[in-house]
Design a protein around this ligand. Structure first.
Ligand code: ADP
Length: 491
């Protein structure tokens, strides 16, 4: 059963490719990068022991070109393929192609990916366990009148969801019966064009929920553990922006209950590898949303509070090792926060701001981790997700982590493209975030007018002018002067 892994091809790009390769290096495993013409000079390509060009910039011709990737892996004699997140990471066909080629897929079986890749089949799979579900239908709706009746029984507002949905796409909130037909038609056509599958179902719309997910690890020998939760309630358009661990609201008892439910979800599809079970949480109740059968973007916050290298565990599991005994005795150490730094303009509806990064200085210090894949002089390609980095901090407690994060944001110098750092600073510093009293509506409630960021900048400028004036008048001590680095001057 045990197979040696000496060479891993990372079928991904950017920060996650680099992050996986770092663990390979630590374990003495050689790494192979694949890259498109747009990424020729990217840091992850330079970092890899070997690198192979797989095609032109559009992902469909490079990072999604399954046969090319498998053929290159065979040619270069790799033992295993790590898919990262996004691209082919949750593609059941790719997983089986890799395995059929005699290469280890660092992830679950193709069958588990298929079951959990569809929200309806996932709900059906977990039904054998006593796992709370959002009130709703467990099968696709096709007839509008029947669907309307069901919606009335469930009670408005309801959410129409694409069964094949992902990335927060294909969801429509319906407030009342009159809107239903129109919204359902839109949802079906959106699902068809985005996922090539028009199946939709309906769920009760939980109005003030938190998004809480549980990290699990499962080996090939039937052992499953959970590594506590991540709270990802700060979202924009159903997409996560800030993540933290542990959650500010879970009791120890609830944590254990949700952890056990997550292990059952993994059990329901004979899972092996690292996976995440997502729940929606409101008023001390939790409901199963879906399982992501891969490493999550936000996995570092779990690593920081547990000390576990999740990529290392993925590799060990893939090689057939049993979960280490210590994983059964983990405890939460401190508090971790992560924010996703995008090359987007928060003042202009978060439109991507692609271009050359002229200056790039990242924050350093104890408890500060930056998972990135950029450097000064580099262009952010237009072809892919415009994420620059993930800024992650680890503090003694939540308050300490928040303060560390604010300092790290101030220390982060990115010139050349606009970034979401100012927006993240606003969110982290908000009284509701600081108090832990928020839900997934946070951005909608507090960020309806983006000029609030400009107002913030304006007030900083006014304050600074006052300080400099007083200083010139000799009425203020030097130590009160702000450092030259102020976030409002960046990006
Ligand atoms: P996706 O696969 O597109 O990410 P999810 O089912 O994971 O979709 O949901 C993404 C986000 O949408 C959740 O984190 C939550 O904020 C919101 N959401 C999903 N289902 C519901 C629901 N029934 N009620 C309220 N919000 C929901």
């Amino acid at each position: 059963m045990k197979r040696e892994i000496n060479k891993i091809l990372v079928a991904n790009r950017g920060e996650i490719a680099l992050r996986v390769m770092r663990t390979c290096k630590k374990l003495g495993i050689s790494s192979v990068a694949i890259y498109s013409e747009a990424d020729q000079y990217a840091p992850f390509v330079k970092f890899a022991d070997e690198a192979v060009l797989v095609g032109p910039p559009p992902s469909i011709k490079s990072y999604l070109n399954q046969d090319k990737i498998v053929n290159e892996a065979l040619r270069l004699g790799v033992d295993a393929i790590h898919p990262g997140y996004g691209f082919l990471s949750e593609n059941a066909e790719f997983a089986s192609k890799v395995m059929n080629a005699g290469i280890i897929f660092i992830g679950p079986s193709s069958e588990a990916i298929k079951v959990m890749g569809d929200k309806l089949s996932a709900k059906n799979a977990v039904m054998q366990y006593d796992i709370p579900m959002v009130p709703g239908l467990n099968s696709a709706v096709t007839d509008v009148e029947e669907a309307k009746e069901s919606a009335e029984k469930i009670g408005f507002p309801i959410l129409i969801k694409a069964s094949a949905g992902g990335g927060g796409k294909g969801m429509r909130i319906v407030e009342n019966k009159d809107e239903f037909e129109d919204q359902m038609k839109r949802a079906v056509s959106e699902a068809e064009s985005a996922f090539g599958n028009g199946a939709v179902f309906i769920e009760k719309y939980i109005t003030e929920p938190r998004h809480i997910e549980i990290q699990v690890l499962a080996d090939h020998h039937g052992n499953i553990v959970h590594l506590f939760e991540r709270d990802c309630s700060i979202q924009r358009r159903h997409q996560k922006v800030i993540e933290e661990a542990p959650s500010a609201v879970l009791s120890e008892e609830m944590r254990e209950k949700m952890g056990e439910a997550a292990c059952d979800v993994a059990r329901s599809c004979n899972y092996h590898g690292a996976g995440t079970v997502e729940f929606i949480y409101e008023n001390d109740s939790f409901y199963f949303l879906e399982m992501n059968t891969r490493l999550q973007v936000e996995h570092p916050v779990t690593e920081l509070i547990t000390g576990v290298d999740l990529v290392e565990e993925q590799i060990k599991i893939a090689s057939g090792e049993k979960l280490s005994e210590y994983l059964n005795h983990l405890s939460i150490k401190g508090h971790a926060l992560e924010l996703r730094v995008y090359a987007e303009d928060p003042l202009n509806d978060f439109l991507p701001d692609i271009g050359k990064i002229k200056v790039y200085n990242k924050p350093k210090g104890e408890g500060v981790r930056v998972d990135d894949a950029v450097e000064a002089g580099m262009d952010i390609p237009i072809y892919y997700d415009p994420m620059i980095s993930k800024l992650i901090v680890h503090g003694e407690n939540r308050e300490d982590a928040i303060n560390k994060m604010l300092k790290a944001i101030d220390d982060y110098d990115i010139v050349g493209v606009k970034t979401t750092l100012s927006f993240c600073k606003f969110a982290i510093n908000h009284s509701d975030f600081r108090s832990g009293n928020f839900d997934t509506r946070f951005v909608k409630l507090h960020f309806s007018d983006p000029s609030i960021l400009e107002a913030d900048e304006e007030s900083v400028k006014v304050a600074l002018s006052a300080i400099f004036y007083l200083n010139n008048m000799g009425k203020i001590n030097e130590s009160y002067l702000p450092s030259k680095k102020n976030n409002w001057r960046k990006s």
